[in-house]
Ligand binder design. Structure first.
Ligand SMILES: [Zn+2]
Ligand SMILES: [Zn+2]
Length: 224
């Protein structure tokens, strides 16, 4: 007797969570994501069908193969994966599972998905990310981008979150986690007037003069 798995008929498509890298096409016209392990070489759009990563001609998810989209049931578990050294710069996607799926204890393998929300972690400096900047690596035709603050993006190619969402289409939402550092780099006391700055410079000059005279005394004393 062959045992069959129970079939599910949910009233609403299931929600899942996964980690991925956002990617921009080389001409800057398309945006999508790539997986972090199996299927990492195949960028996918916000609404897309899974293709067999081994190039076999079957529908995903096949029981005889491990291809197809994968997701976890728990957002916390997906977030936990971004602690791994190699996935620190990945984003957490909230997706809707479409089409047929195979349910496992911790997640699902399935045919089609819609990415609804991309949650971006803080910039590597600790401030909240407010854009995607060139990560410095990618795949043929696709440039990987990671969450960055304005300061750290500097002169690197970057795109705003709304800009990325527009290119990705399908009403994708990009949301940034709060940073662990101050929102903006420390700036010198704002509102300094010219007389105040002149006074500050005079004070610094006086301290420098004093330091040099003390240094000269020490040198005079120590020289034979
Ligand atoms: Zn396959
Ligand atoms: Zn930064």
């Amino acid at each position: 007797m062959r045992l069959r798995l129970p079939e599910e008929h949910p009233t609403e498509p299931p929600t899942g969570y996964k980690i991925a890298y956002p990617v921009l096409s080389h001409n800057g016209r398309r945006a999508g994501f790539t997986g972090v392990s199996l299927g990492g070489g195949l960028p996918y759009g916000v609404l897309d069908d899974a293709r067999c990563v081994y190039g076999r001609r079957h529908r995903c998810p096949s029981r005889r193969c491990d291809c197809g989209f994968h997701c976890l049931h728990s957002r916390d578990e997906a977030l936990g994966l971004t602690c791994l050294t190699e996935h620190r710069r990945a984003v957490v996607l909230e997706i809707t599972v479409l089409g047929s799926y195979i349910r496992y204890e911790r997640g699902m393998r399935y045919a089609r998905q819609r990415v609804r929300i991309a949650r971006v972690g803080p910039c590597s400096c600790g401030r909240a990310s407010d854009r995607f900047a060139d990560a410095g690596w990618g795949r043929a035709g696709w440039r990987t981008v990671t969450g960055s603050c304005a300061g750290c993006a500097a002169d690197r190619m970057s795109i705003s979150f709304p800009g990325f969402a527009r290119l990705a289409g399908e009403r994708l939402t990009v949301s940034a986690a709060p940073g662990t550092a101050a929102a903006a780099p420390p700036r010198p006391e704002a509102g300094g007037t010219v007389p105040e700055l002149v006074a500050e410079a005079a004070l610094l000059q006086a301290r420098l003069d004093w330091f040099q005279s003390e240094l000269a005394k020490v040198i005079d004393r120590d020289e034979p």
